[in-house]
Design a protein around this ligand. Structure first.
Ligand code: OGA
Ligand code: MN
Length: 294
């Protein structure tokens, strides 16, 4: 079997066939998948059967793993999944019951419904996220992706010039605060202080310039907060026009990899009394965006 890729959107998103990700990954398959990620930014695999350990082993081929920030954030809450490398993206509690509507982990997780890129609020942000579907609800619960390379390419030259060298402050508390979710302990707040990230960066694989945006970005350094926030809101509005967006409808056994360095994504609504069990492994970027090419 050899890997083939079918493009699902005029700009990005490749559907990859011809590989069983539960098996040891050959060098040729690794290289084909890495090339597909650089080209398509989001890649989709169907009909996979992965344990948590296999999902982690697969991800390790693509970089060091960011251990779950969620656990730093929710000390004292019992977790369903044993391995720190897995972020629990389900709506289930430590006993595998659907989270109560007011459960603090549920309220925190609702921030995934805002356009974002993973872990931009950490000094060394997320690179590749790999989300695997164990159980999907009967309807809804899509994930949408936006191509921030294409969105950057289409900006007027004057805007590109304005953005040149700008740095935004990112904080996980900013994305939560937009939803009125503010009940975090002083320890939690102190564990993830705000970090600076470039607004425009060059993707190391494709060498394409791209916007780097997220609901975590609150303002632009060196600009009045209000001006910076308005600029970020305008950029997110531009970058999430339908022409840049692809919706993924989940099937059990799907693994979707997205490149946080050049995309945004958001979860869409579903009936949250139904089980949705998705689990994510994320690789770490090599350094802060400030230490990488603009
Ligand atoms: C994530 C995320 C969206 C979804 O796993 O990082 O934002 O649809 N997920 O669950
Ligand atoms: Mn996310």
């Amino acid at each position: 079997m050899s890997i083939t890729v079918k493009q699902l959107h005029p700009l990005f998103v490749g559907e990859v066939s011809g590989v069983d990700l539960a098996q040891p990954l050959s060098a040729a398959d690794h290289d084909a998948i890495a090339a597909a990620i650089d080209r398509y930014a989001v890649v989709v695999f169907h009909d996979q059967r992965l344990t948590d350990d296999q999902q982690i082993d697969f991800a390790r081929h693509f970089g060091p793993i960011h251990s779950s920030a969620q656990k730093a954030r929710h000390r004292g809450i019992r977790h369903r999944l044993a391995r720190d490398e897995i972020a629990d993206i389900s709506n289930l509690d430590g006993d595998s019951q659907v989270l109560d509507v007011n459960h603090r982990r549920r309220l925190d997780w609702l921030a995934n419904r805002l356009w974002h890129t993973d872990a931009s609020f950490r000094a060394v942000p997320g690179a590749l996220s790999m989300l695997y579907a164990h159980v999907v609800p009967p309807e809804g619960g899509n994930t949408e992706f936006a191509d921030l390379r294409a969105a950057y390419d289409d900006l007027p030259d004057a805007t590109k010039k304005l953005l040149d060298g700008l740095v935004a402050e990112h904080s996980i508390w900013h994305s939560r605060g937009q939803l009125g979710v503010t009940e975090y302990t002083p320890d939690e707040l102190a564990s993830l202080p705000p970090v600076p990230q470039r607004v425009v960066r060059t993707h190391p694989g494709s060498k394409r310039k791209t916007l780097y945006l997220a609901a975590h970005a609150s303002h632009i350094l060196g600009m009045p907060v209000a001006d910076g926030r308005l600029l970020l809101l305008d950029l997110v509005e531009h970058a999430t026009q339908p022409k840049y967006v692809h919706a993924h409808s989940w099937r059990q056994g799907d693994l979707v990899i997205w490149d946080n360095r050049c995309t945004m994504h958001r979860a869409r609504p579903f009936d949250t009394t139904q089980v949705r069990d998705l689990r994510r492994v994320t690789t770490a970027d090599v350094a802060s965006t400030l230490e990488q090419a603009a």
